[in-house]
Design a binder for this molecule. Structure first.
Ligand SMILES: [Zn+2]
Length: 113
């Protein structure tokens, strides 16, 4: 999607603090962190939200969650972290590209956008 903020980050058109990327998953730091560790993990493919038909792709979800587990280890979150996906406007989803917040070392505010 041409106008999508996260697609532009995937394409490198908008700078982001990218902590992981491969052909199917990209992860970067949230620009407005709500916890000492606050990462966003997204599929490269543009999918609007968790209720979109394309979001039930088991392979994509498994890749996303493998990256989440790897990043949690790399960021020292063995003692615990949260994974949140805000789905739709009532939940405060601010970017219409499926994304998972990874929050570690205690959340400062709740819920994240
Ligand atoms: Zn997108």
């Amino acid at each position: 999607m041409e106008q999508c903020l996260f697609c532009k980050i995937v394409a490198g058109e908008i700078p982001a603090d990218v902590v992981y990327h491969d052909d199917s998953v990209v992860a970067f730091r949230d620009i407005n962190p709500q916890a000492p560790v606050h990462l966003l993990v997204i599929p490269v493919q543009h999918i609007d939200r968790l209720t979109s038909e394309a979001a039930s792709d088991g392979k994509m979800l498994s890749q996303v969650f493998s990256v989440i587990a790897r990043l949690a280890r790399e960021h020292g979150l063995e003692k615990g972290f949260r994974v949140v996906s805000n789905c739709g406007e009532d939940a405060g989803q601010t970017v219409p590209h499926l994304h998972f917040h990874v929050l570690g070392r205690r959340c400062l505010h709740w819920p994240p956008g």
